[in-house]
Write a protein that binds this ligand. Structure first.
Ligand code: NAG
Ligand code: NAG
Ligand code: CA
Ligand code: CA
Length: 213
């Protein structure tokens, strides 16, 4: 049901873009697969949570501006694919990946930090990332997830329910629960998902994303 809805949505969106025709094509992410494991149980899809290691470089002169392996605490990072938690280039370039797969993404500025730049990244920078997928989990976006998260069956998710879900997901997979971190994630999720700002994510808000492409 959920899948067919998404497929339908994608077809409509493609048709819409086709009809708009005359517009310049959207800049693309260039994807190169560097390494692909032989076994692949599941592939990353919109709404999944991905654990990644990454190195980021400026295309202009090859300077590395960040590496999850050597900066900060050296831990890989979790994010949810497709909800603009990360730059658009990642949302577009990290679909259909296996655990253990490595890709090189070349991302134009419009799908990265644009005209403004950010921190060490100058305005209008094309970025190159080497990204390895360490793990893939159900994100807070499948129908199953929704039913699982909606503890009191009222067809809407409270912050408490989302937080509880995150805590369980993390613990289930051996990552220690971190309340502060989960609260930050919950706030972030609600900022993006609770469109009518009533403090709940309804089933409709949860399922129906209009700006995913
Ligand atoms: C590469 O470019 C960045 C941004 O323009 C600059 O800060 C950095 O110093 C440059 N590095 C080298 C090695 O030229
Ligand atoms: C918990 O998460 C916060 C925010 O992400 C982080 O600053 C803090 O270091 C984390 N604490 C532990 C014990 O991992
Ligand atoms: Ca509920
Ligand atoms: Ca709402």
């Amino acid at each position: 049901m959920f899948l067919s809805f998404l497929t339908w949505f994608c077809i409509c969106t493609s048709l819409f873009l086709y009809v708009q025709g005359a517009k310049l094509p959207e800049p693309e992410v260039k994807i190169e697969v560097l390494e692909k494991p032989f076994f692949c149980h599941r592939k990353s899809k919109y709404g999944d949570m991905l654990l990644v290691h990454y190195d980021g470089f400026l295309e202009s002169n090859g300077t590395m501006f960040h590496s999850s392996r050597s900066h900060g605490d050296n831990n890989p990072v979790w994010f949810t694919l497709g909800i603009r938690e990360v730059i658009k280039g990642w949302d577009k370039g990290l679909q259909d990946m296996c655990i253990g797969e490595r890709r090189k993404l070349t991302i134009p500025p419009t799908l990265a930090y644009g005209k403004e730049g950010k921190g060490k990244i100058p305005p209008d920078s094309t970025l190159i990332f080497n990204i390895e997928i360490m793990d893939i989990r159900n994100g807070p976006r499948s129908h199953e997830s929704f039913r699982e998260m909606d503890l009191d069956d009222d067809w809407k998710l409270s912050k408490q329910e989302v937080k509880e879900y995150l805590r369980k997901e993390f613990e289930k997979h051996g990552y220690s629960a971190n309340d502060t971190h989960h609260e930050v994630m919950v706030e972030d999720i609600f900022k993006k998902e609770d469109e009518d700002e009533d403090g709940f994510i309804s089933a409709r808000e949860f399922t129906y994303k209009h700006d995913e492409l």
